[in-house]
Design a protein around this ligand. Structure first.
Ligand SMILES: [Zn+2]
Length: 301
């Protein structure tokens, strides 16, 4: 019976955007840590979610990691055990993984006999186990392919904030969060859209976001100004969300560009950050009052 069917009277669904947020570096200022903290947001129209998700998963499948989580900090380093496997590059992918696993088992046995702590190494081995059939070159190529896939989407808009922690008095993660979400709000207002913000579901992030949210509510203001954003944080597991995994790559690319001048991953992404005409409005490098010659700081805003 047609008469019983509810009629949708809300905002058209194509005006709804999802913002996937992830970070790179730690917010602490300890000298042993990275100089910068980066937060990235990747916005897509909600209706394109399944299409984009499928494209990322297809790319991962060509590298033999379908359904596995991509986390760049684990994906990109050199793995010492691969160098110890004779003729690693010449082996088929199916023979590489067991060869690396055998090398790793040997390393752990040697450390244990030596009485040294192996917990960190075990963690590293566990986090990288899904990628050991890929050479270092193939893993770099995968990250590049991911970046070129995403920057080629006409409907993606990127946001980011990268902060020199030494030059900021407040907590870098709070500052970056406010920056990224405010910039997303401004974008939504221009599009006459509404947005949902999805964060990586990990313990430190949930604790921080929940505290941050309570703080905003105490201070009032922020969420009332954010009238285009659903004022409730949504958390998604990075192992199941290919788009959170991409946000992780974007955050990493921003931080590595600012800290080390590495452009390989950042340069293809740069044009996808939110702009109004020539003005870059979606990305900021916070550097106090100091001079900076990076491409982010050189852009008109
Ligand atoms: Zn700069």
């Amino acid at each position: 019976m047609n008469a019983a069917r509810p009629v949708w009277r809300g905002t058209p669904v194509d005006g709804t955007y999802l913002l996937y947020v992830d970070e790179s570096g730690v917010p602490d200022r300890h000298p042993s840590q990275t100089t910068h903290f980066a937060l990235a947001g990747l916005a897509i129209p909600a209706v394109l979610w399944a299409d984009y998700h499928d494209q990322i998963e297809s790319l991962k499948a060509t590298y033999g990691i379908a359904g596995e989580e991509i986390h760049v900090a684990w994906l990109l380093p050199r793995y010492a055990e691969q160098a110890r496997v004779p003729n690693f590059a010449a082996l088929s992918r199916s023979r590489r993984a067991p060869a690396v696993a055998a090398e790793r088992a040997r390393t752990l046995r040697a450390i244990e006999m030596d009485g040294r702590k192996s917990a960190d190494l075990r963690t590293f081995y566990r986090k990288t186990a899904a990628y050991v059939h890929l050479s270092w070159e193939e893993r770099q190529a995968l990250a590049l392919a991911l970046v070129s896939l995403v920057s080629g989407w006409p409907q993606v808009t990127l946001f980011g904030d990268v902060i020199n922690k030494q030059l900021l008095t407040r907590a870098a993660d709070e500052e970056a969060f406010e920056q990224v979400v405010s910039r997303f709000q401004t974008f939504l207002a221009r599009q006459s859209g509404v947005g949902v913000v999805a964060y990586d579901l990990n313990e430190s992030q949930v604790a921080r976001m929940t505290a941050g949210m309570a703080d905003f509510q105490r201070k009032g203001g922020l969420w009332r100004k954010m009238d285009r954003i659903i004022g409730h944080p949504f958390f998604v597991g990075s192992h199941t969300s290919s788009l959170i995994q991409v946000a992780d790559v974007v955050a990493y690319a921003i931080r590595r560009y600012v800290e080390h001048g590495e452009g390989a991953l950042f340069d293809p992404l740069f044009p996808a950050f939110d702009r109004i005409g020539e003005r870059l409005v979606g990305l900021r490098h916070y550097r106090g009052g100091t001079k900076c010659g990076c491409n982010i700081c050189a852009q008109p805003r």
